[in-house]
Design a protein around this ligand. Structure first.
Ligand code: GLN
Length: 312
């Protein structure tokens, strides 16, 4: 029987999946007990085209917490609420070359390096409009749900543990309050930040989220506009330069796609004008990104010539 494009893409995802399934390097995040309990063998790869088709291989419908992969999407909301200049008065746009939980703030301004490290993401969360902390989180959940094309929800157990074990993030927030880059109350802001990290998604969902960015802000499944093409350009720029923390430079060299990792093992990447990629596998490397997801995304990018600076 003649092969359809769908068969070809799916079988390529299957090949990448099968080749990497025996790669057991890395370790699952254990800074909170809930994350350490995950089955480390889970592995899913999803690709969402701008026509709304989703191609999948492996565990693409298993929920996990989005963690830091929430940061680009909350940044999009802060940009839409406040504008680029007002947001970047409070948070920089420079790769930090440091880990996700680094304490480095800019001398003079007290700004965190960029919106993708924890400190910067805490600031962008605080810049989301809302009359109350509840309303602010509601708007964040609506925004992420619109990117995913379905109603998302929070893992309450993970949220409770994030609160319990979040002293370093709390310390960062107090430092930024003292330095003037964070003006909102620390308690409410962290509550919202921990909640946004605890939103449940699947590899399928984050592929759609990445595709919505790649599609200039229109969700390819629902056909609804979530944000502007200009905001997507800003978000993907920051993902490309800062999304992979201290691995950001090498990631851009080897994969060449805007991307964001999360400590539960999710990785979202966007190929502008082409598709979104959602990967999930819980074992992490030293920079806190999923080992299998990083290799799989690099293989896909290389195979299809997807590097954003690629010129045929
Ligand atoms: N909730 C985590 C934290 O703030 C998210 C970090 C991450 O995914 N890199 O520590």
């Amino acid at each position: 029987a003649p092969e359809t494009l769908s068969d070809i893409v799916t079988s390529f995802l299957d090949v990448v999946h099968d080749r990497l399934v025996d790669d057991r390097r890395g370790a699952v995040a254990d800074y909170i007990p809930q994350l350490a309990e995950v089955d480390p063998e889970l592995f899913g790869i999803a690709l969402c085209g701008l026509n709304g088709r989703v191609y999948e291989s492996g565990d693409t419908d298993v929920p996990f917490t989005i963690q830091s992969a929430s940061k680009p999407f909350v940044y999009s909301l802060a940009l839409d609420d406040r504008g680029l200049d007002a947001v970047h008065e409070r948070v920089g746009a420079e790769p930090s070359g440091e880990a996700f939980n680094s304490v480095k703030l800019e001398a003079g301004t007290g700004r965190p390096p960029n919106p993708m490290v924890n400190a910067g993401a805490i600031v962008t969360t605080s810049l989301v409009d809302g009359a109350s902390p509840e309303r602010r989180f509601e708007r964040i959940l609506e925004r992420l749900s619109a990117f995913a094309g379905r109603q998302l929800s929070v893992d309450e157990a993970v949220f409770a543990s994030e609160q319990e074990s979040g002293d370093r993030n709390r310390a960062l927030a107090y430092l930024m309050r003292g330095a003037g880059s964070l003006t909102a109350p620390v308690g409410d802001t962290l509550d919202t930040y921990f909640r946004q990290c605890s939103i449940l998604v699947t590899a399928h969902d984050i592929a759609v989220m990445g595709a919505t960015l790649a599609n200039g802000g229109v969700n390819p499944l629902t056909r609804r506009r979530v944000t502007s093409a200009e905001t997507c350009q800003h978000v993907m720029t920051i993902m490309a330069t800062c999304g992979m923390y201290d691995y950001a430079g090498e990631w851009l060299l080897r994969a060449g796609l805007p991307a964001k990792s999360g400590v539960a093992g999710g990785l979202v990447a966007s190929s502008p004008g082409e598709f979104g990629l959602g990967l999930f596998s819980p074992r992490l490397d030293a920079s806190g990104a999923s080992v299998r997801a990083v290799v799989a995304a690099q293989r896909l990018a290389n195979r299809f010539g997807l590097h954003v600076l690629h010129r045929p």
